[in-house]
Design a protein around this ligand. Sequence first.
Ligand SMILES: Cc1ncc(C[n+]2csc(CCOP(=O)(O)OP(=O)(O)O)c2C)c(N)n1
Ligand code: SF4
Ligand SMILES: [Mg+2]
Length: 304
Amino acid sequence: MTETLFKRMRDLPSAHLLGAGTPMCAGCGGLQALHEIYDVLGGNTVFVNAAGCMTLLSVYPFTPFRGSWLYTAMASAPAGAQGVRDALDILLEQKRIQPEDDLETVVLTGDGAAYGMGLSATSAAIERNLSFLYLCYDNEGYGNTGQQYSGATPHAAATATSKGRMGYVGYKKDLFGIWAAHRPAYVATVIGAEPLDLARKIETAKNLKGPRLILALAPCPTGWGFDPQQSIEIGKLAVRTGIWPLKEYIDGHVIHTKIPKPREPAEVYLKTQGRFAHLFAPKRNEAALEEIQQRIDVYWEGIA
Ligand SMILES: Cc1ncc(C[n+]2csc(CCOP(=O)(O)OP(=O)(O)O)c2C)c(N)n1
Ligand code: SF4
Ligand SMILES: [Mg+2]
């Protein structure tokens, strides 16, 4: 029975593997990005996951993937990836597996782990030049536990732990810049709503060795407060307003892969989400809205 089930899962196209039947919210932008990424990466992957929404994909002893899945403590996924990579290298060296049977080691975590709890383990793994791909789906908060703020939460967003007139008083951390400062093999931002840009970047990352980050903005209907059917449009707006720059770091250079011209005003994006509603009613918070717009304009000065 179990064997038949395994075989059936192995033979299914990935659209079925990551589709209906998963206990995820409708319109989940993280799942959409993962789905698209997996289509390009293929089945020769082993996922190393830290606690978060995507952990729900794995219901022991099954996962929706063709390869394996290792669950680690929240701060330790890159350390887990080191163990997996080392084991694969030993098997290769001893010729107990052939090069074509080698697996890509993929860390899969949310922003809470990537921007915060797991950052130290990540920095150390990059320092050791570990050959791994880090996939972070960034829903800008600790989504699985009720959207508390994380190091990825944008300024002024309301979260379960940032209520009141101002929302989150901090600013989103620049994880792309933190990774690039380590001079890894590759860093890229992507979004499921721009699948061609995403596919090209995954193809690039797949053909490289060394530490690689794919950072996917993950519109989250539940945590951000919008109707699931708006998920793709909100993803596109994040790009068109310049809030989520699509870019890559390779060979020491940063290249913007899609420059929004003309850029739409930030508030077109902010207005779509309940987490920013307090900026518009009962009274417009002009100071906060201006600050948000100004920071975006400063970012794009000299680029677009
Ligand atoms: C050390 C530790 N602290 C807290 C938790 C509880 N916890 C489980 S999932 C989660 C949220 C993780 O946030 P993120 O990495 O952004 O993933 P998301 O839930 O948004 O998918 C937390 C805090 C945990 N598993 N381990
Ligand atoms: S809370 Fe957000 S990130 Fe988590 S499954 Fe739901 S939509 Fe996806
Ligand atoms: Mg998160």
